[in-house]
Structure formats: structure tokens, C-alpha cells
Design a protein around this ligand. Structure first.
Ligand code: CP
Ligand code: NVA
Length: 304
């Protein structure tokens, strides 16, 4: 499959059909990987990986994914590039496009990655910006499909900060018609334009009450209360104790609800160890699925 879009910056640029195909392809690639049937489809292809922020999963899953597909990566810290001495994003993008077949970038400002995509002739993948985390959304829906065997007629409850992960998740819900209820303290709601646009395709409820959000939920999700770009280090205090996912909150979701978290987690803040290490948690599948879903993404952006 070749995606219509050149770049993946938010999730919204993918059609519903493409999104569902990507999820199914990710599951197939996982099976092939487990049975040793994976093919080196990206032989002689190179992925540039630009990091302005720390990462464990994104960095290692892209690097391993390229390796498994027979390709290469070039790992770049933005502060070691000439951009840190004033070279423009446009000139960086044009230069890299002459060397590599695709670029993944993890940055602060979303406008940076928009600029990078605008001036690159090769696909640009957002590996997380302050506003969106589309790669996480692909892995999350792959994980939901694996565990629930479907994507329709499901309800996700998002508890905590309406952040970058939440924004892309809402777009994912609109692609799959998955209902989502988002419980945040006042002032921490997800992007209003994302909510408005997605509400035309699925049910997106905003609330300040975590208990009402988890009612009838098939999936309970949260993320850190202090994202990398959060300057207020005491921000977590604004969420506690009401927005912590603990056993008592999980009990109010469906009996067979799963717990998801993009990681890294701050245990005993947004989630208790009893939940993240408990029987309903699928966080390690979710983390592993970054590898498989990003392989599917790379192949479909490169039309292979
Ligand atoms: N979930 C996620 O993106 O993890 P990293 O920050 O470790 O890449
Ligand atoms: N919201 C978190 C996600 C980390 C993967 C952050 O931006 O730091």
C-alpha cells in the first residue's frame, strides 16, 4: 500500500481506510517477525532520526525496525547539527533529502516538523512534538485490535492530561469510529480544533469527572502529568488524587477493560503499580507494537 500523504505529522492526514489497512498490516508484520518470515524490504534505504528530546521506545523501535527490514538509520541529535548554529530548517530538510529515504523527528514545536515536511522531498514522520504523537496512535490501535479483536463499538476513557498523545488518539478514534471520553482537570483539555473536527465522525466527550469517563469503557488510558515540554514541574499536583488510574477507578470500567499507557510512566502518580503491573495492563504489548506499526508505516510511506 502507498499512502496518499507524503508525511505523517498528526494521524489526521491518513484516510479511514488507510488507517485500518495500516493496523492490519502491522499485525501481519508482527506475525511474520515472530515466525522468522520477515523480508528485507527496505534494503539500501536509510532513515534519518532527528532527536531534540529524550526517547527510549521511539528511537529503539525505529532503529530496530529499519534493521529488521534490511535498511539503515542515521541517529542525529539536533543540538549536534548545524541547525544549532543557525542553519535553517528548510536548508536542513533539503540537504537530508539528498541523502536519506525518510526522516523521523522528535521535536518541541510542531511548526518545526511542519517546516521540515514542507521542505523535504522525502517522507517526514513525527516521532512526537509538543502537539501530536501519531506513531503512538498507530501502535495503540494495533494493540486494541489485538486484544479486543475489533475497533468498532468500543469506548476509550482517557484520564489525565489532554496532551500530544491524547490529540493524536482522538484523530485515531475519528478514523475508527471509536468513542472516547476524556477526563481532565479544567485547563488541561485536548486541542479544541482536534476535538471539534473529530466529533463529526465519532463521539468525543470532555468531562472533569474520571468516574463518568471510565463508565462502560473497554480501554482505560493515561499518560504522564508532566510531559517533556511541561515547564511547571509541580504540574502533577493539579491532577492528584482525582486523576490517578488506580484499582478503584479500574473497577468502574467494564470488567474486561484493558489498561494502556504510552510509557514512560511515573508510577504512583498517573497510575499505580497495581494497575500497570496488573492483569488488565497491556502496556508491554503496546510498547512492542511501536516496532511493528512503524515498520508498516515506513513501508506504506515509501510505497513498498
Ligand atoms: N512512548 C514513547 O514515545 O516513548 P519514548 O519517549 O521512550 O520514545
Ligand atoms: N506526553 C509525553 C509522551 C512521552 C512519550 C511527552 O510528551 O513527554
Amino acid at each position: 500500500m502507498k499512502l496518499e500523504t507524503k508525511d505523517l505529522l498528526t494521524v489526521d492526514e491518513i484516510s479511514d481506510k488507510e488507517f485500518l489497512e495500516l493496523i492490519d498490516h502491522s499485525i501481519k508484520l508482527k506475525e511474520e517477525n515472530k515466525t522468522g518470515k520477515g523480508k528485507p524490504l527496505l534494503e539500501n534505504k536509510t532513515l534519518a532520526m532527528l532527536f531534540e528530546k529524550p526517547s527510549t521506545r521511539t528511537r529503539v523501535s525505529f532503529e530496530t525496525g529499519m534493521l529488521q527490514l534490511g535498511g539503515h538509520t542515521v541517529n542525529l541529535s539536533l543540538n549536534e547539527m548545524q541547525h544549532s548554529r543557525g542553519e535553517s530548517v528548510a536548508d536542513t530538510a533539503k540537504t537530508l533529502s539528498g541523502y536519506v529515504d525518510a526522516i523521523v523527528a522528535r521535536v518541541y514545536e510542531h511548526s518545526f516538523i511542519e517546516d521540515l515536511a514542507k521542505h523535504s522531498t522525502v517522507p517526514v514522520i513525527n516521532g512526537l512534538s509538543n502537539s501530536y504523537h501519531p506513531c503512538q496512535t498507530l501502535a495503540d490501535f494495533m494493540t486494541i485490535k489485538e486484544h479486543k479483536k475489533k475497533l468498532k463499538d468500543l469506548k476509550i476513557a482517557w484520564i489525565g492530561d489532554g496532551n500530544n498523545v491524547c490529540n493524536s488518539l482522538i484523530f485515531g478514534c475519528s478514523k475508527t469510529q471509536t468513542a472516547i471520553a476524556i477526563a481532565t482537570p479544567k485547563g488541561f483539555e485536548p486541542d479544541s480544533e482536534v476535538v471539534e473536527k473529530s466529533s463529526k465522525h465519532t463521539s468525543v466527550d470532555l468531562t472533569i469527572d474520571p468516574e463518568s469517563a471510565v463508565k462502560d469503557a473497554d480501554i482505560v488510558m493515561t499518560d504522564t502529568f508532566t510531559s517533556i515540554h511541561t515547564s511547571d514541574l509541580k504540574q502533577a499536583e493539579k491532577f492528584l488524587p482525582a486523576f490517578q488510574v488506580n484499582d478503584s477507578l479500574m473497577e468502574k470500567a467494564k470488567n474486561d477493560a484493558i489498561f494502556m499507557h504510552c510509557l514512560p510512566a511515573k508510577r504512583e502518580q498517573e497510575v499505580t503499580s497495581s494497575v500497570i503491573d496488573g492483569p488488565q495492563s497491556v502496556v508491554w504489548d503496546e510498547a512492542e507494537n511501536r516496532l511493528h506499526s512503524q515498520k508498516a508505516l515506513l513501508l506504506s510511506l515509501l510505497g513498498i
